[in-house]
Design a protein around this ligand. Structure first.
Ligand SMILES: Nc1nc2c(ncn2[C@@H]2O[C@H](COP(=O)(O)OP(=O)(O)OP(=O)(O)O)[C@@H](O)[C@H]2O)c(=O)[nH]1
Ligand SMILES: [Zn+2]
Length: 221
């Protein structure tokens, strides 16, 4: 990921040292480049293995579509993590709630989908709000488990932003649990990851959970 933090609204030399960008790409799962042609062949073989005829007119384009869909879901979109000097010394929680996301379960290659609540207690910098959604989107484009995805988003924000605290809560339905297997349609899995004051200060964490409507819900404070 491009982890460059653009230095906006911050021209003076005195400020620039204080606002030096930090870089800490996080990748717990080593991943290679998808090979589209190989994937198309593999889906053709998979259809055959499942007793379906890939030569049938109905399925003629299916290997290409499936391969393209998987390649798309496993290709992270790079972005610039633009941040701004916190000149007003804003100290309170910044929270973006209900960010929709979709990722791929590494056990079944089926989607899990839901919403994220991502927030932080600012230090010397504040981050562009859309970047909270973008960092989630970035780490979602990988074969994942929900716990790792949650932690990667929190770790990345903590390392990049120098925030006093970071909190990430994900609530998702896993299709491997609903469309098959346990058939637990409508079930929702909650995960959370905390850093800094949001980890150490129970009251700050409760405020975060209350603000995202989780007080007394599945995520404990
Ligand atoms: N902790 C965790 N487990 C997950 C996640 N996504 C899927 N799983 C679980 O991974 C487990 C894989 O277990 P297995 O017993 O090997 O898979 P399975 O035979 O398909 O099991 P069933 O889903 O129970 O039919 C299942 O319990 C899934 O529900 C996730 O994000 N986090
Ligand atoms: Zn699964």
């Amino acid at each position: 990921m491009s982890s460059q933090i653009a230095q906006l609204g911050d021209d003076s030399a005195a400020h620039s040292a204080r606002h030096r960008p930090q870089r800490s790409p996080v990748h717990a799962v080593p991943s290679g480049e998808p090979d589209r042609e190989l994937a198309i062949e593999a889906v053709t073989d998979l259809l055959r293995a499942l007793g379906r005829d890939p030569e049938s007119p109905h399925l003629a384009d299916t290997p290409r579509r499936v391969a393209d869909a998987l390649v798309e879901m496993l290709t992270p979109r790079e972005f610039e993590a633009t941040s701004f000097a916190n000149d007003e010394n804003y100290r309170e929680l910044v929270l973006v709630r209900d960010i929709p996301f979709s990722s791929l379960c590494e056990h079944h290659l089926l989607p899990f989908q839901g919403v994220a609540h991502i927030g932080y207690l600012p230090g010397e910098r504040i981050i562009g709000l859309s970047k909270l959604a973008r960092v989630l989107d970035y780490f979602s484009h990988e074969l994942q488990v929900q716990e790792r995805l949650t932690q990667q988003v929190a770790d990345w924000l903590h390392a990049e932003l120098g925030a006093r605290g970071v909190g990430v809560v994900l609530e998702a339905e896993h299709q491997c649990m609903s469309a098959r297997g346990a058939k637990a349609v409508g079930s929702s899995t909650s995960t959370s990851a905390w850093h800094g004051e949001l980890l150490s200060d129970r009251e700050a964490r409760s405020e975060f959970l209350a603000a995202c409507g989780r007080q007394g819900g599945g995520v404990t404070s």
